[in-house]
Ligand binder design. Structure first.
Ligand code: BG6
Length: 484
């Protein structure tokens, strides 16, 4: 399956925090892969900016090492890395000091697209915005890319939006949520809006419930300071999970373009029900035989931050009133798996009698690790012995469909960075969307903070606290198993 690549216009991209973990693991490899795909023109410049004392050769060696470690070997043959590194430059800068900024302003070409990627601590976003403006780099074809966390609560998100709006127009601001760049997440929209099959059934009349799981096996080691202030609610629920929920629940936008898509997502967030205390389960992972527990990972024996959260909510609109949405996410769980399951209602009447059991169709969109789509259908068990029913999957695994090219499917960051250069904001969050998401999140967090509630403990390698299972059992439903 050949992939179609449309080269973007020449650009200058400055990565603030260019020596940081995100730049190393995601941004630079993503740029390299787009370069190999022929999408990045040879005149483009990628400029790492950070406080580290690198010269250009030193930074290029850093970039080369990152690519060699993180990009499939098949893409690293010949002189591709050297050619890419020729496009890479470095400038030593501090967001809070004047040195270096004039030099940056001089090397940036004012006549082409300029993108500034804020891959730094959020406390520095305002300083970066201010300095870009002061040094004449905020106008024209300038775009800024802002990494999460976008605020810590509604007040801080509003403040950040206001600060950025001071120097940049909303059309220049790209708030990144890398979940929106995942291939299967985009496929979710294709499934919904390019097929006639599902849309007529996509409502509370036919859908019993929807469950979204993002389970991780990793802990929080290495990011303790950030994570202990955030917890699963802020780190995953307010952004990634919320975006998935929006895409699964939104009305069809009239066009696949930024305004239309983001308007529809915003309506979903605004229609989200408040979450009652009994509909939330928070957990913290315990130590396992070979790994530390959460409290040791953060080095804070009194931490009440959750590394797991499960909750039930609803959407009060004509399409979804009466259909519960169950969401859960956590660290150190049994397996790394992210999926959205749309569980349809049982057939209204079984002509095969009670013995045939109850069977519900389930459409599962697997985001990772084995990206694909599965539709569970009920069929007759083959062979003699009467009419016995079984559920079988109609399965579309991307890896199987694409074969060896699956490895070359663009990573979320590849798609999103190219969208920044192309000036397409469809897969980025608008300011009002982020604020609406915090408006829903804040009271939920306030509930447990007011009560000083502690999270429940759960075993590392388990599906999370037992009570999370209860959240669905008590409604006569159950979570899908967390498995590879
Ligand atoms: C990040 C969170 O935004 O997403 C991390 O801060 C989380 O805690 C990560 O591990 C998950 O991303 P992915 O693409 O690995 O599912």
């Amino acid at each position: 399956m050949a992939t179609r690549v449309i080269p973007v216009d020449p650009f200058d991209l400055v990565v603030f925090g260019g020596t940081g973990d995100l730049a190393r693991r995601k941004i630079l490899p993503a740029l390299y892969r787009r370069f190999c795909a022929g999408q990045i023109p040879k005149e483009a410049n990628i400029i790492g900016a950070a406080r580290t004392d690198f010269d250009e050769a030193g930074y290029r060696a850093f970039v080369r090492d990152a690519i060699t470690e993180l990009v499939p070997a098949v893409l690293c043959a010949g002189d591709a890395i050297a050619a890419f590194c020729n496009r890479v430059h470095y400038i030593k800068l501090d967001a809070r000091e004047d040195d270096g900024w004039e030099t940056l302003a001089q090397i940036i070409n004012p006549d082409r697209i300029r993108a500034f990627y804020f891959s730094v601590r959020p406390e520095l976003f305002a300083d970066l915005a201010e300095r870009l403006y002061r040094h004449g780099m905020a106008s024209g074809e300038t775009r800024i890319v802002v990494e999460k966390p976008f605020g810590h609560d509604l007040a801080s998100a509003c403040e950040l939006n206001a600060t950025l709006a001071h120097h940049f127009d909303e059309t220049q601001i790209y708030r990144i949520d890398h979940y929106l760049g995942k291939e299967t997440v985009q496929n979710l929209m294709a499934i919904r809006f390019a097929n006639m099959l599902f849309e007529p059934l996509w409502n509370s009349q036919y859908v019993d419930h929807i469950q979204i799981t993002v389970a991780e096996t990793v802990g929080i080691a290495g990011r303790a300071e950030y994570y202990d202030r955030a917890g699963a609610m802020r780190d995953m629920m307010q952004n990634h999970m919320m975006q998935l929920l929006c895409l699964i629940a939104m009305e069809p936008p009239a066009k696949f373009e930024p305004g239309a898509v983001r308007d529809e997502k915003l309506k979903v967030i605004r229609a989200l029900d408040d979450v009652a205390p009994e509909d939330i389960v928070r957990g913290q992972y315990d130590a396992s035989s070979d790994k530390l527990g959460y409290l040791d990972d953060v080095g804070n024996a009194n931490s009440t931050t959750e590394s797991f959260i499960a909750l039930k909510t609803g959407i009060s609109n004509w399409r979804w009133a009466g259909t519960p949405f169950y969401l859960r996410t956590g660290k150190r769980l049994k397996a790394r798996t992210s999926e959205i399951a749309v569980v349809f209602k049982d057939a209204p009447h079984s002509i095969f009698g009670a013995d045939a059991g109850r069977h519900a169709n389930i459409l599962t969109i697997v985001l990772q690790p084995n990206e694909g789509i599965e539709l569970g259908v009920t069929i007759k068990e083959p062979g003699p012995g009467g009419m016995r029913l079984i559920d079988v999957p109609l399965d579309m695994s991307f890896a199987e469909t694409l074969g060896p090219e699956a490895e070359l499917v663009p990573d979320a960051y590849e798609r999103l960075i190219m969208d920044v250069i192309r000036g397409n904001q469809t897969l980025f969050m608008r300011g009002d969307e982020v604020e609406a998401a915090w408006r829903w999140t804040d009271p939920i967090i306030a509930q447990w903070q007011e009560k000083g509630e502690k999270p429940l403990r759960y075993e590392s390698g388990s599906p999370g606290p037992e009570d999370a299972l209860g959240l669905m059992y008590r409604d006569g439903r159950h979570w899908r198993e967390i498995r590879e």
